[in-house]
Design a protein around this ligand. Structure first.
Ligand SMILES: [Zn+2]
Length: 262
């Protein structure tokens, strides 16, 4: 039987943003001095707050680090894998509420930072990926939080090679076109989207299970693009874009049965 994630385990769905939330974001943006339509002009997507959060240790400041449950599982697996290669990944900041983001921006403005400078590194409240419970900022020992120097570290190089294996992606690369500076520290767990409706008929089939995040993919859904893993028998080449690890990993295994070849 295919596994399904418990309710609230996933990141907040941008489609779940209510009209009231949208209005609240617009009102706060106006009070902060942003020009009307600033977020839309920069293709920012409204980010509802996570429906559920799980504690995943503490951040570098000793504060509780909270993420959506699925993201915590993936993060633990990623941090452990990095540690096995002597790469230390440290969390700077995970879930942040709408109110936290509003106070963060207000504080910077009150300290004399221009709104333009603030919005080059922080989105307006309501548009922060940190609201979703699936984004977090990372650093490594010896590098200050949210410092571009992180891009020159072995930790960042490791993330570039392996983060996709755990479902994480860099949100703001150089030239991201969203008006946000290059943020090598900001990663978002993208995970797999909900199963497409046309797969409903096969959800009672045996499942492929992901070691990293416990996600199950109903067979005979083809596996994501990946060369055969060394630890596993050769996998059928996939055609479906349900998840896209960047390279071979040991993420995929067959827990109970071997799915038929497509
Ligand atoms: Zn961030």
């Amino acid at each position: 039987m295919a596994m399904t994630a418990p309710a609230g385990a996933s990141c907040a769905d941008p489609a779940a943003a209510t009209a009231g939330y949208r209005q609240r974001a617009a009102d706060v943006a106006r009070r902060l001095g942003a020009t009307p339509g600033y977020a839309q002009a920069h293709r920012w997507i409204l980010q509802p707050e996570a429906p559920a959060l799980a504690r995943v240790g503490t951040d570098i400041y000793g504060r509780p680090l909270r993420l959506a449950p699925r993201a915590t599982t993936a993060l633990r697996a990623m941090v452990a894998a990095a540690a096995r290669e002597n790469v230390a990944l440290q969390a700077v900041s995970g879930f942040r509420s709408f109110g936290y983001q509003r106070r963060l921006l207000r504080r910077k403005l009150d300290h004399g930072v221009t709104l333009a400078a603030v919005l080059a590194v922080n989105t307006l409240p309501g548009f922060s990926e940190h609201h979703s419970g699936c984004a977090l900022d990372l650093t490594t020992p010896g590098v200050r939080a949210a410092d571009a120097a992180f891009a020159a570290t072995p930790a960042f190089a490791w993330l570039q090679r392996h983060a996709a294996d755990y479902g994480f992606a860099l949100s703001y690369p150089r030239g991201n076109g969203k008006g946000i500076d290059f943020e090598p520290w900001h990663w978002r767990y993208r995970g797999p989207p909900a199963a497409p409706a046309d797969l409903a008929a096969v959800t009672d089939r045996p499942a492929w299970r992901c070691h990293a995040c416990a996600l199950a993919v109903p067979s005979p859904l083809p596996l994501p693009p990946s060369p055969p893993c060394r630890a596993l028998p050769p996998q059928p080449r996939p055609t479906h874009a349900w998840a896209r690890p960047a390279r071979c990993s040991t993420r995929w295994a067959v827990p109970t049965t071997t799915p038929p070849l497509p």
